[in-house]
Design a protein around this ligand. Structure first.
Ligand code: AMP
Length: 225
């Protein structure tokens, strides 16, 4: 299964990609996580990317493509993957098709997770992320058992610099301008499914699995190379 999850920031792509990846034994590949790791490690790419990320703008393709291309060479990605946050523009989608085409792979499906803007701002401004394992919580809707501490790994929870309201609004503008045209792009290619992203995590996961009918074994639980 080679899946792309599309949707605005805060649509729940990360949560879904992680859960479905665990179910199907394939990795979630999140461009935002790869970029934040590069920033944290203080690499040259990370330093360059940071100025764009802090402003809620897209990091130049060349940097993102480098990280994705490298990640796709890892052993765990050979049998399939879920891309989360990438591609984010038509140019990235074209570069992705070329990159994986060289490996004789193709994207099986693109699922767009749809959530209204006002809900997104509410979701993201309460979001907390684990420094250790990137798990996500919400101060109101999905609080950790102990405030500030990750239930899964005990790591420290923090608010991402770009999760403050003004930057979230900028990220939504960037989504409208650069990423929304991708829906048409993938619709034309016959790959797009749209699912309602409002509701409990398990409900949204079921909708995504429903949209993948024919691509999964009957139970929807096994991995498909
Ligand atoms: P995310 O964690 O997906 O919300 O991404 C956080 C930030 O990383 C975005 O606001 C962008 O600045 C940058 N970013 C993540 N993925 C991409 C991408 N595919 N292309 C360009 N910039 C990206």
């Amino acid at each position: 299964m080679r899946l792309v999850l599309l949707g605005p920031p805060g649509a729940g792509k990360g949560t879904q990609a992680r859960a479905l990846g665990a179910l199907w034994h394939i990795p979630q590949i999140a461009s935002g996580d790869l970029l934040r790791a590069a920033v944290y490690e203080g690499t040259e790419l990370g330093r360059e990317a940071r100025t764009f990320m802090d402003r809620g703008q897209l990091v130049p393709d060349e940097l993102v493509l480098k990280l994705i291309a490298e990640r796709l060479t890892h052993r765990d990605a050979q049998a399939g993957f879920i891309l989360d946050g990438f591609p984010r523009s038509v140019s990235q989608a074209e570069a992705l098709a070329e990159m994986i085409g060289r490996k004789r792979w193709a994207i099986d499906k693109v699922v767009a997770v749809i959530v209204p803007d006002q809900e997104i701002v509410q979701r993201i401004s309460g979001r907390r992320t684990c420094k250790g394992c990137n798990a996500m919580y919400h101060v109101k809707f999905e609080p950790p058992k102990i405030a500030g501490v990750c239930d899964k790994c005990g790591g420290e929870l923090y608010q991402r610099a770009d999760d403050v309201e003004a930057t979230v609004r900028e990220r939504l503008n960037v989504y409208e301008t650069n990423t929304r045209p991708l829906l048409d792009h993938y619709r034309r290619l016959g790959l797009l499914a749209e699912v309602d992203g409002v509701g409990r995590t398990e409900e949204v996961a079921k909708r995504i699995i429903g949209a993948l009918e024919g691509l999964l074994p009957a139970s929807g639980t096994a991995s498909k190379p």
